[in-house]
Design a protein around this ligand. Structure first.
Ligand code: ACO
Length: 429
C-alpha cells in the first residue's frame, strides 16, 4: 500500500502521510491540510470518521465484533481477571504481578476516605436529584478537598492521584444511592476486596449487624465493571480527554466525563432500556408494536440498547452480559418477565430487515439493567454503575493523553451564519 494519500483541491494536488496502527488500521494524517490548501478543513459532524488521537489502550473492530484491552480479549478478561487487575492493566499497560496488585489495592484503601464536608454537599441536593447529576457534582467537589494539581511529569504524583480517585469514587457512588434511599452514609470495610466493599457500602442496612456477601453478586458486579471499563474514544472518554487537554485536573475531567455518560444515547441507555422494557410490559408485552414504532421515521421512539456507532456486528460485551443475565437470575432464583421481553425483542430485531440492513445489534446496555435490577440496584443508579466501571478507562485515557503531551483539543468549524452586516441602533424610548 502507498504511504501517501493524494487529495485534489481547486486543481492542486496535495499529499498526506498514511499512518498504520498495530492492527493494520489505516488513517490519513491531515494535520497539515489547512496550511497547504489555504484554509480548507475537513468536516465530520459527530466525528463519525475522524480519529482524535493515537492510543495504545483499547482495540475494537466493529465489523468483526472484537474488543481487547491492551491486547487481551474482553472474553478472556471477563472470565479470568478481576476488576482491579483490569483497572491496573488499563491504566499502567501491563497486568500486575501479585505484589503490584496487593500494593495497588492497599494504596487505594489508604485513600478511600472522603472528607466529611462532602456529606454536607450531598445533603444539599433534593431527594429528587438524579444520581448522575449528584455523582458528577461530588466528583467535581473533590477538587476542593484535594487542591494540589497532578504533576504529570512525576510518576509518583500521577500514581497517587490514580489511587486517590479509585479509592474515593466508590464511596461517592454508594453515598449517592444511600442518600436517595434515606440510609445513613457508611465508609465500608478495608478488609474486603474492592468489589465486595462496594457492595457492602451500597447495601448494608442499619439494622444488620453483619452484611452477608453473596458470591453471585460479587462475581456479577465484577464482570459488569470489567465489561464497561473502557471502550476507546466514545463520547464520555473523548470528553475526559478534551477537558484534560486544557490541563484541567483529573477530577474535573472525570466529572465532565460523567455528565457526558449520562445521556440516553450513551451510558444513560441502560436506564432507558429498562424503562422501555417496563413500558412494553405495562402495555401488554406487544413487542411487535414497539418494533414498528422503532422503524417509523415519524415516531421519535428508538429501540434503546440497540445500535452502536462502531459495532456493525454483535457487541461482544452484549453476548457476555446476556449469558450472565441468564446465570445471575437463575442463581438468584429471580424470574423477571422483562428478560423474556428483552429476548423477544432481540429475536425479532435480528431477523427484521430494517435492523439487519442497518446492522443494528444489541449493545452492552441491552441486558445490563436486567442484572442490576436483579441485584437490587434502583433503575436511576444504573448509569452510575456504568461510571464506576468506566472509571479506570477514563483515568487510563487521561493519563495517556497527558503523557503523550497531546495538544489542546480544539476542532474547527464551517461557518454558516450571517455575513458581515451593519449594527442598527434601536430607537430608545
Ligand atoms: N432504533 C431504531 N433505529 C435506529 C436505532 C435504534 N436503536 N439506532 C440507529 N437506528 C437507525 C437510525 O434511525 C438510522 O436510520 P437511517 O439510516 O434510516 O436514518 C440508522 O439506524 C443509523 O443510525 P444513526 O443514529 O445515524 O447512528 P449513530 O452511529 O449516529 O448512533 C447510537 C448510534 C446513538 C448508539 C444509536 O444507534 C442509538 O440511538 N441507539 C439507541 C441508544 C443506545 O442504545 N445507546 C447506547 C449505545 S452503547 C453506549 O454508548 C454505551
Amino acid at each position: 500500500m502507498s504511504d501517501k494519500a493524494t487529495l485534489e483541491v481547486n486543481g492542486n494536488k496535495h499529499e498526506f502521510p498514511i499512518v498504520v496502527g498495530t492492527e493494520n488500521e489505516v488513517a490519513i494524517d491531515v494535520k497539515t491540510l489547512r496550511g497547504v490548501t489555504g484554509g480548507v478543513i475537513t468536516i465530520d459532524a459527530g466525528y463519525k470518521n475522524t480519529g482524535s488521537c493515537e492510543s495504545a489502550i483499547t482495540f475494537l473492530d466493529g465489523e468483526k465484533g472484537i474488543l481487547r484491552y491492551r491486547g487481551y480479549s474482553i472474553e478472556e478478561l471477563a472470565e479470568k481477571a478481576d476488576f482491579l487487575e483490569v483497572a491496573y492493566l488499563l491504566i499502567f499497560g501491563e497486568l500486575p504481578t501479585l505484589g503490584q496488585l496487593d500494593k495497588f489495592h492497599s494504596d487505594i484503601k489508604k485513600h478511600s476516605v472522603v472528607d466529611d464536608d462532602v456529606k454536607k454537599i450531598l445533603d444539599a441536593f433534593p431527594k429528587s436529584a438524579h444520581p448522575m447529576g449528584v455523582l458528577s457534582s461530588l466528583t467535581s467537589a473533590l477538587t476542593a478537598f484535594n487542591p494540589s494539581s497532578v504533576n504529570v511529569d512525576s510518576e509518583e504524583d500521577m500514581y497517587n492521584s490514580v489511587v486517590r480517585i479509585l479509592g474515593k469514587f466508590p464511596v461517592l457512588v454508594a453515598w449517592t444511592m444511600r442518600k436517595k434511599q434515606g440510609l445513613p452514609l457508611y465508609y465500608g470495610d478495608s478488609n474486603l476486596g474492592y468489589v465486595e466493599n462496594i457492595l457492602k457500602m451500597m447495601f448494608k442496612q442499619p439494622n444488620e449487624e453483619q452484611y452477608i456477601q453473596n458470591p453471585i453478586l460479587i462475581d456479577a458486579l465484577d464482570k459488569l465493571l470489567i465489561l464497561h471499563a473502557d471502550h476507546e474514544q466514545n463520547c464520555s472518554t473523548s470528553t475526559v480527554r478534551i477537558v484534560g487537554s486544557s490541563h484541567a485536573g483529573l477530577f474535573a475531567s472525570l466529572s465532565a466525563g460523567i455528565s457526558a455518560l449520562w445521556g440516553p444515547l450513551h451510558g444513560g441507555a441502560n436506564q432507558a432500556v429498562l424503562e422501555m422494557l417496563e413500558a412494553i410490559k405495562e402495555d401488554g408485552g406487544d413487542t411487535k408494536k414497539y418494533m414498528a414504532k422503532a422503524k417509523d421515521k415519524t415516531d421519535p421512539f428508538r429501540l434503546m440498547g440497540f445500535g452502536h456507532r462502531v459495532y456493525k456486528n454483535f457487541d461482544p460485551r452484549a453476548r457476555i452480559i446476556k449469558k450472565a443475565a441468564d446465570e445471575v437470575l437463575g442463581d438468584l432464583g429471580v424470574e423477571d418477565p422483562i428478560l423474556d421481553i428483552a429476548k423477544g425483542l432481540e429475536q425479532e430485531a435480528l431477523k427484521d430487515d430494517y435492523f439487519v440492513k442497518r446492522k443494528l445489534y444489541p449493545n452492552v446496555d441491552f441486558y445490563s439493567g436486567i442484572i442490576y435490577r436483579a441485584m437490587g440496584i434502583p433503575t436511576d443508579m444504573f448509569t452510575v454503575m456504568f461510571a464506576l466501571g468506566r472509571l479506570p478507562g477514563w483515568i487510563a485515557q487521561w493519563r495517556e493523553m497527558r503523557l503523550r503531551k497531546e495538544p489542546i483539543g480544539r476542532p474547527r468549524q464551517l461557518y454558516i451564519g450571517e455575513t458581515q452586516r451593519a449594527f442598527k441602533t434601536i430607537e430608545k424610548r
